[in-house]
Design a protein around this ligand. Structure first.
Ligand code: FAD
Length: 515
């Protein structure tokens, strides 16, 4: 039988009933319920536009063989004597390593932080002692910035690579198969670490090397060609270098500039973490509270314009926690995470406004955006007790009206909050854009600007404030042959999936260059 695909609508009450999906799918296709016919859900999303949210499913119907999915698998080749240094063990770095192994090239991964499990101890110290280890924190360490996160696995950059292959490889390393079906899949902080360590085991067992607690400090150049790196005081020679150090590795940007390797300022976005009780978000976006038990915690992605710039939500974490994502002592940076169940009582998201290069002092300085970002983070830390990662906070309505809140509602942010004029602590342009933007969003989404919600600051690591320019075709740095700027830090990805896809692309380009 030729495979057919149908789209069906299923209510939350029916979604887990045995046989319900099959029955609806066969009915939609006008087929009898015959045991020779198989059905398989290809895609699952939630439509919450109407008063009653429901699931939309795309279902394949056909012979058992035709409806079975085709899976990409990891197929390493014997090593051929060539080697590539990869700086950074984030998604870009690890997927680059797997791709190189499929070309018979040895990856040598250099990672400043600790293994994914040891990293937990450093995260704990941020909470218990206010201590931020500059090499091991929410951004640095094995697995990269996305490891202790919400683990959202969707991207709008679907044309930049093969999303399905990345998801298949994650499944092969222990992710649940549902990530291939859900329109908005996520993993959660309790699932990602074991996937990351399984990927490392594969890389090492196929002949790759992974060096932890080792920072790349500078580059070995042979004229205009990259010949290796200096890391942990040692020179490591390489046929190519993939630089995948993420958006927070400020020292790498300075190291590049010190060696006259061109970098450019890049616009980014900055603002606050906004946190609501999850039932309020369910009410606004599902039109029901309590939500049906078969519906996941409601999420949102919203945007508006204010002060001539975009104001938008970023990295929304339903049923999640706000976390301290600073990468050095003396700064305060917030982000969000969740567990697989997304069952915490709060919903948080970045709410940020664009930072345009023309707004900044010295727009010709490649570090102008980075300096603006760093100043806001230092300012936020200095406003506090000077020791812990306690965050300044304000009720949303008070933030809009510009008055200090008499009290701050309960929060998921473990280091704690204190009442402060966040509207004054933020840079002026972003503060004004957010306050005006929130007014507009409150009109559109009733309750979003309520005083039950609060803002904490600062959300500033939305994307890299620097771009490392590369050739569109060869993906090599515009000046330096054999250097492949890669992933989010170089300005070519935003999120786990797009960083992984860029890692694959850079590895393929490096393999082409070497052979
Ligand atoms: P990174 O993941 O940043 O990895 C860079 C690696 O390089 C790090 O391991 C770092 O330690 C290492 N490094 C840095 N400097 C050096 C050096 N000098 N020498 C050696 N190693 C170095 N994205 C999503 O898609 N979904 C989410 O739910 C999500 N939630 C997030 C939550 C949090 C708390 C954070 C911080 C980020 C989140 N992100 C999320 C963003 C996502 O993590 C990044 O987009 C992604 O990890 C970028 O991948 P990357 O490999 O380019 O860089």
């Amino acid at each position: 039988m030729k495979q057919v695909k149908v789209q069906i609508k299923i209510n939350p009450e029916q979604i887990n009933l045995p046989g319900a999906i099959r029955k609806e799918a066969l009915k939609a296709a006008g087929l009898p319920d015959n045991e020779d016919i198989s059905t398989r859900v290809l895609r699952r999303s939630i439509d919450a536009r109407s008063r009653k949210p429901h699931f939309i499913l795309q279902v394949a119907i056909g012979d058992p063989e035709t409806v079975e999915p085709q899976k990409s698998v990891f197929t390493p080749l014997p090593l051929n004597g060539k080697q590539v240094v990869i700086a950074g063990a984030g998604p870009a770095g690890y997927f680059a390593a797997l791709t190189l192994l499929e070309q018979g090239i040895k990856p040598i991964i250099i990672e400043r932080g600790r293994t994914v499990n040891d990293r937990r101890k450093d995260l704990k110290k941020i909470y218990t002692e206010g201590l931020v280890n500059p090499d091991s924190n929410y951004c640095f360490g094995e697995g990269g910035a996305g490891t202790y996160s919400d683990g959202k696995l969707y991207t709008r950059a679907t044309k930049r690579g093969n999303v399905g292959r990345i998801l298949d490889l994650l499944i092969a390393n222990g992710a649940p198969g549902d990530i291939r079906i859900d329109a908005h899949p996520h993993l959660g902080s309790n699932v990602l670490p074991r996937i990351v360590s399984k990927m490392r085991d594969d890389i090492i067992s196929c002949g790759g090397e992974v060096h932890f607690n080792t920072r790349v400090d500078s580059f070995v150049l042979d004229g205009d060609r990259m010949a290796g790196v200096i890391a942990g005081g040692n020179e490591i020679k390489a046929d190519a270098v993939i630089l995948a150090t993420g958006h927070s590795a400020r020292d790498i940007f300075y190291a590049l500039a010190d060696q006259d390797i061109r970098i450019e300022a890049k616009p980014f976005a900055l603002g606050v973490r906004i946190e609501h009780p999850q039932p309020l978000i369910d009410k606004i976006f599902y039109h029901q509270s309590p939500r049906h038990e078969n519906l996941p915690a409601a999420s949102y992605r919203i945007s508006t314009q204010a002060m001539g710039r975009g104001v938008f939500s970023f990295c929304m974490c339903p049923g999640g926690y706000i976390v301290p994502a600073s990468t050095a002592p003396g700064e305060l940076v917030l982000n969000g995470m969740s567990l697989a169940a997304r069952n915490a009582p709060f919903a948080n998201a970045g709410l940020v406004a664009e930072v345009k290069i023309e707004d900044l002092e010295n727009p010709g300085d490649p570090f102008c955006a980075l300096k603006y970002q760093a100043a806001a983070e230092k300012n936020m830390f200095a406003a506090g007790d000077g020791v812990t990662q306690q965050a300044p906070a304000q009720r949303v309505n008070d933030f809009i009206e510009g008055r200090i809140s008499k009290s701050i509602p309960k929060t998921s942010y473990i280091p704690g909050t204190y009442s402060a004029p966040v509207h004054e602590l933020l840079p002026f342009i972003q503060s004004e854009a957010l306050r005006n933007g929130l007014k507009a969003l409150g009109k559109k989404f009733k309750g979003f600007d309520s005083n039950e919600a609060k803002v904490l600051a600062v959300e500033s690591r939305t994307s890299s404030p620097v771009r490392i320019p590369r050739d569109r075709e060869t993906l090599e740095h515009v000046q330096i042959k054999g250097l492949f700027p890669c992933g989010e830090g170089a300005g070519y990805a935003g999120g786990i999936i797009s960083a992984a896809m860029d890692g694959e692309k850079c590895a393929q380009a490096a393999a082409r260059m070497i052979s």
